[in-house]
Design a binder for this molecule. Structure first.
Ligand code: G1P
Length: 305
């Protein structure tokens, strides 16, 4: 399909790859998926599904791998739990439990083999069909007070192009991310992506702009992913397929734009970031936020450097 043949009717579907092994968070993730680790009182992936829904994407496909059965359970209704809460007259908990299965229309698909993020996205092809869609990485949490995806969807609709999210990171951290070489556009919050490289060494990285886990992709990505050979770590990398798009001068597939994100993001697959996310969101909690704030102040003042 060429770009001109696409009558864009808006992005309606979200794909959440959640099939990774979670090795950075072992041993907690030995039997529990990293996406199910709680942030305050909800599993990390619930925030991501809520973000998709709040961005207008009601059709959510989660790509799961081995040992991920409890992600499926979490988004299902549990009649016996609801009956027990009804009997206890616990309306508040009942409402919160019911709400989880009503956030969005959540579908699950298993990625047969862990062949990488690019392959996980390719698994969504049949479900997504011939329209643009969003990808939200299951362990990247964007604070709801700093909405990013709606801006990316608006840029996609305006430019009829692939849009990725970029964030400045310290030079010494760029080897953990996809990294973009960019040029400016008429809009200071949007750049044109010239090329992308997955997890470069600091010395060879073209910038300190890291790809963070939100993408608005056009369906052409599937053809590229199908042809994409293994890249970094022997895995089929989404970054490599996006690089082909970014470097292509053919108007029918490119270009790729990047939205520069300056808000709050937590990598919940990383131990220290997970703790920070719990503290950051914990202090906002209606029930115990004030108590937690006092405790953190007291704790910090007694902390030895
Ligand atoms: C993935 C992507 C990488 C991106 C990162 C964002 O890597 O491959 O390009 O920068 O997510 O979190 P992962 O963290 O899954 O290794």
């Amino acid at each position: 399909m060429t770009k001109n043949e696409t009558l864009n009717s808006g992005v309606t579907k979200a794909v959440i790859p959640a099939a990774g092994l979670g090795t950075r968070f072992l041993p907690a993730t030995k039997a529990t998926p990293k996406e199910m680790l709680p942030i305050v009182d909800k599993p990390a992936i619930q925030y991501v599904v809520e973000e998709a829904s709040a961005s207008g994407l009601q059709d959510v496909l989660v790509i799961i791998g081995r040992n991920k059965g409890n992600i499926v359970d979490h988004f299902d209704s549990v009649p016996e739990l609801e009956i027990a809460l009804e009997k206890k007259d616990d309306a508040n908990k009942l409402e919160r439990v019911r709400a989880v299965s009503e956030i969005a229309d959540v579908h699950m698909l298993r990625q047969g083999q862990p062949l990488g993020l690019g392959h996980a996205v390719l698994c969504a092809r049949q479900h997504v069909g011939d329209s643009s869609f969003a990808v939200l990485l299951g362990d990247d949490l964007i604070d709801e007070r700093d909405p990013l995806l709606p801006q990316m969807i608006a840029e996609h609709d305006k430019r009829q192009a692939t849009v990725i999210a970029l964030m400045e990171v310290p030079e010494e951290s760029i080897h953990l991310y996809g990294c973009a070489d960019v040029e400016t556009t008429e809009d200071p919050s949007v750049v044109r992506v010239k090329s992308l490289v997955e997890k470069p060494d600091a010395a060879s990285a073209p910038s300190n702009l890291a790809v963070i886990g939100r993408y608005v992709l056009r369906p052409e990505i599937f053809e590229l992913l199908e042809k994409q050979g293994p890249g970094r770590g022997g895995e089929i990398q989404l970054t490599d397929a996006l690089n082909t798009l970014a470097e292509s001068d053919s108007d029918s597939v490119g270009p790729v734009y990047g939205v520069l994100f300056k808000g709050r993001r937590y990598d919940t697959g990383d131990k220290a970031d997970w703790i920070k996310a719990n503290l950051r969101l914990g202090v906002e909690n209606e029930d115990f936020g004030a108590e937690l704030k006092d405790w953190i102040r007291d704790f910090a003042s007694n902390l030895e450097s």
